[in-house]
Design a protein around this ligand. Structure first.
Ligand code: FBP
Length: 346
């Protein structure tokens, strides 16, 4: 059984020639400092996981009467998770900390060399239902200016991951050479469960909130209709549907058995660019997906190539099995007839 610490030491050194490699210009960006930072985030995840496990059945979903910058009601646990992460990041080489729960970028350590962007508790509207929720993070090089440090493209991520607090607590992580998964053990250690996740290229499972059907654009309706028509339709293939409504849980299922996730723009006010945030949700998840051989898209381009302009920018997000995401893109842009994707009959 290999632990997160053992795997990190092995993998971080594998990506480089010597143990004091540099990812960029900044000499402080070394395997050791990145290792400490990832450990500190995993420690924050252990603390949050313990609180969510909640054996005393305390109320965890109490709203604290504030709205975050995105207009969502902040829950007590959102704020607790954010504070736990901030405390763990201190003294761990982090210069800039941006969180979905905050309006400001926080300067933690003037001499730090990393910027860390976090959604402390994704899917918090699910707390009461005991459905899986999670913490999503992306780590980048820090520059002198906060804006330059935070508004980097997803392709510039050094490491990204998410913690899934479900029946099991799982950490999915990439340091740019594949995507790995760890499970929190009884003795509070993250144990490797998959050293190289590979998302299957093809799938017959889609993940979307169908209740928004009437709000969708025609191209999305065309794509989903083709899945619903099954073997009787143009693609001659049956599809299954799953929607947990918690990005981390839907993403983990796709890492486990393939699939396509879609949360695109629609006609509702405020949903012109979808719902999910580029910096805190779409970028880290897309980095992990592409490192696992999958594909991410906003409908036109890889999520990782979008230049962020705003701290809480939203983006249409489609990700998962490579060929299926391509079929969605082709449908959206009218590139190919859906019938050209039908399975070949022997
Ligand atoms: P919050 O973390 O702000 O609750 O929203 C994110 C999220 O819950 C994702 O995890 C999930 O994919 C999506 O919203 C579900 O949205 P909807 O309720 O519109 O289906």
């Amino acid at each position: 059984m290999k632990t997160l610490s053992e795997i990190l030491k092995k993998n971080i050194n594998k990506t480089v020639v010597s143990s004091d490699f540099s990812f960029g210009e900044n000499p402080k960006i070394t395997s050791d400092s990145l290792f400490c930072l990832i450990e500190s985030i995993s420690n924050a995840g252990k603390e949050i996981s313990r609180i969510i496990y909640n054996p005393e059945n305390k109320s965890l979903s109490r709203e604290i009467g504030e709205k975050n910058i995105d207009g969502d009601n902040q829950k007590e646990l959102d704020v607790i998770a954010d504070n736990i992460i901030e405390n763990n990041l201190r003294n761990n080489f982090v210069k800039w900390y941006a969180s979905e729960e905050r309006e400001e970028i926080l300067k933690l350590d003037q001499g730090g060399c990393y910027s860390v962007l976090v959604d402390p508790l994704d899917g918090s509207s699910n707390i009461n239902t005991n459905a899986p929720i999670g913490t999503i993070f992306g780590i980048y090089t820090a520059f002198e200016s906060a804006e330059n440090s935070i508004f980097q493209k997803g392709k510039d991520i050094l490491a990204a991951g998410f913690l899934l607090y479900g029946p099991r607590t799982i950490l999915i992580l990439s340091i740019g050479n594949g995507t790995m998964a760890f499970q929190l053990s009884e003795n509070n250690k993250f144990i490797l469960i998959n050293e190289k996740i590979e998302i299957e290229d093809e799938t017959n499972e889609f993940s979307i909130n169908m209740s928004n059907y009437r709000q969708w654009n025609d191209n999305l309706k065309t794509y989903i209709n083709s899945c619903l028509e099954g073997v009787e339709g143009e693609r001659q293939k049956n599809f299954n549907m799953r929607w947990i409504g918690s990005l981390v849980a839907d993403a983990w299922r796709i890492f486990s058995r393939g699939g396509i996730f879609l949360y695109t723009e629609d006609k509702r006010e405020g949903y012109e660019s979808g719902r999910l945030r580029l910096l805190y949700e779409a970028n880290p998840i897309s980095f992990l997906v592409e490192q696992a051989g999958g594909k991410s898209s906003n409908g036109n381009q890889s999520i990782l190539s979008i230049k962020p302009m705003d701290l809480h920018q939203r983006t249409p997000l489609v990700f998962g099995s490579k060929k299926e995401v391509q079929i969605y893109e082709d449908t959206k842009n009218n590139n190919k007839k859906l019938s050209s994707h039908k399975i070949k009959l022997l």
